[in-house]
Structure formats: structure tokens, C-alpha cells
Design a protein around this ligand. Structure first.
Ligand code: C5P
Length: 256
């Protein structure tokens, strides 16, 4: 696939589970906000992509200097993540063709590697449905009884963690989100909306260290992952990108 994808980055969440003094995308790793790290990774893989960044309309912390893309727009976020993504799709509806690839990536996942981004992009090049980065479940899975005790052990065979990016053709994704909304289907990722149409998104095996910063301990972990990947120190303040599309230094040993 040669055409650069559209990128939708939902970044309008409040990150209440982090309990910090600011939304988690503005917490800092190596002197830079999470949002800047995430956009730098995406730009390193897809420098010609067109970006839709979903931000809370009241967000006063955002600094456009953190955006390395030449073509980008700010889109007002919605009440839920799915509303933010929907609004981004509506914002590009006059320009995007139905078969344009749209990659949606959570701003809270700064550790996604260039290699995983490019592998997902290549895997979706000819896929009629689309797909997502995902990691097989490694732990034994328990279901609770609602009272702090184990009700059952769930078989983990065939279970995956859904990561991002998730990539689908513009027309299909827009239709899937609209259909899910009309049907009252709860949508926590793009794939679940596409699944609700009866389609089967492709699972593209991704690195387990593509964590979503959610809980307070995740921030330090993300910083250690970025450092181990040899990237954090290479993103100078105000730079458009500290990375190249070649394998990042130190990443080879961690590659799946
Ligand atoms: O809160 P959670 O980590 O599940 O959010 C996932 C992503 O969706 C984050 O990048 C967050 O900023 C974004 N989000 C959004 N609009 C909302 C809620 C979450 O863009 N209303």
C-alpha cells in the first residue's frame, strides 16, 4: 500500500482513573507530554498521513508545537471515545474516499513501535475488512462473582488483548459506527462496531509493551519502555520527530 493513511487520534478523555492533576495525555515522560510522544511515533511511521486530533473543546493545555504533521486538524471530542472518533470521521467526510484507510490510535499509547505500525499498515493493504494490533492473552483469566471472589476460570485459548491502532476503510468504519449507534451497541473500539456488522476484523500480532496508560503506575512503566526502546531521549523538545521509519535502536532485541 503506498497511499498514506488518515490518522484519527482520540485525545479528548479526562483520564479519571489516573487521578492526576491533568488529563493523562499531558502527563510528562522525559520532559515531553504523552501526546507528543504518541504523535512522534505515528509521524515516524507515516510522515505523509493526514491527522485528525480529537481534543476537548475546553482543552487549554494543548500546544500545536507538539504536532509534527504537515496536514492536521483539531476536532472537538465527544462524550465517549466513540463519539470523538465519529466526529473525526464527519470532519473529513468531504475529503475522504470510501476506500481510504483510517487508522485510529489512542493518544494514551505512546509506546507503539514504528515496526508494529508499519506491519499493521502492510497487513491491511489488501484486507477487505480491516483489522487491529492485538496481543494474545498470556495470563489465566478469572471471572469474579461480583463480591471479590472467583466465580469461574475462563479458557484463554483464542483470547486477545485489543490494542491500537485499529484500521478500517473510511466508508465501512463510518457505516459501522452509525449502525452501532442506531442499534444501541456499546462500542469501546472500532473493531467491535465492525464486528456488529457481522464482519471479522484481522488480528495483527503486536508487541505487548504497546500499553495504554490508564493507572498511575503505567506512566513510569511507559517511560521505561520508551527508554528501553531507545526513543525517549531522542525526541528533543520542539522537534517534529526524533525517529526514523527504520527499526529504532534497541528495538530489535524486543521485537516479537
Ligand atoms: O479512557 P480511555 O483510556 O479508555 O480512553 C481511550 C482514548 O480515548 C484516550 O486516547 C482518550 O483520550 C480518548 N477519549 C476521547 N474522547 C472521550 C473519551 C476518551 O477522545 N470522550
Amino acid at each position: 500500500m503506498s497511499a498514506a493513511p488518515w490518522l484519527v487520534v482520540p485525545a479528548a478523555g479526562q483520564g479519571r482513573r489516573m487521578g492526576g492533576d491533568r488529563p493523562k495525555q499531558y502527563l510528562e515522560i522525559a520532559g515531553r507530554p504523552v501526546l507528543a510522544h504518541t504523535l512522534a511515533r505515528l509521524h515516524a511511521a507515516f510522515p505523509a498521513a493526514r491527522l485528525c486530533l480529537c481534543l476537548d473543546p475546553e482543552d487549554a493545555r494543548f500546544d500545536p508545537a507538539w504536532v509534527p504533521f504537515a496536514e492536521w486538524r483539531r476536532v472537538p471530542g465527544g462524550v465517549e471515545r466513540v463519539d470523538s472518533v465519529t466526529q473525526a470521521l464527519e470532519a473529513i467526510a468531504l475529503e475522504a474516499a470510501d476506500d481510504d484507510l483510517v487508522l485510529v490510535h489512542d493518544v494514551a499509547r505512546p509506546c507503539v513501535t514504528v515496526a508494529d505500525l508499519m506491519r499493521l499498515h502492510a497487513a491491511l493493504a489488501d484486507d477487505p475488512v480491516g483489522g487491529l494490533l492485538a496481543a494474545p492473552v498470556a495470563d489465566t483469566m478469572k471471572r469474579d462473582d461480583g463480591d471479590g471472589r472467583v466465580a469461574a476460570t475462563e479458557p484463554r485459548t483464542g483470547l486477545w488483548h485489543a490494542l491500537t491502532p485499529q484500521g478500517f476503510r473510511f466508508g465501512l468504519l463510518r457505516r459501522a459506527l452509525a449502525t452501532a449507534r442506531e442499534a444501541g451497541v456499546v462500542v469501546t473500539d472500532e473493531a467491535s462496531a465492525v464486528e456488529a456488522l457481522g464482519l471479522r476484523p484481522r488480528l495483527v500480532s503486536g508487541r505487548r509493551d504497546n500499553l495504554k496508560i490508564t493507572h498511575p503506575e503505567d506512566l513510569a512503566l511507559a517511560g521505561q519502555i520508551l527508554a528501553a526502546q531507545g526513543q525517549a531521549a531522542q525526541i528533543p523538545s520542539g522537534s517534529t520527530s526524533g525517529e526514523t521509519a527504520s527499526a529504532p535502536a534497541g528495538a530489535g532485541a524486543m521485537e516479537r
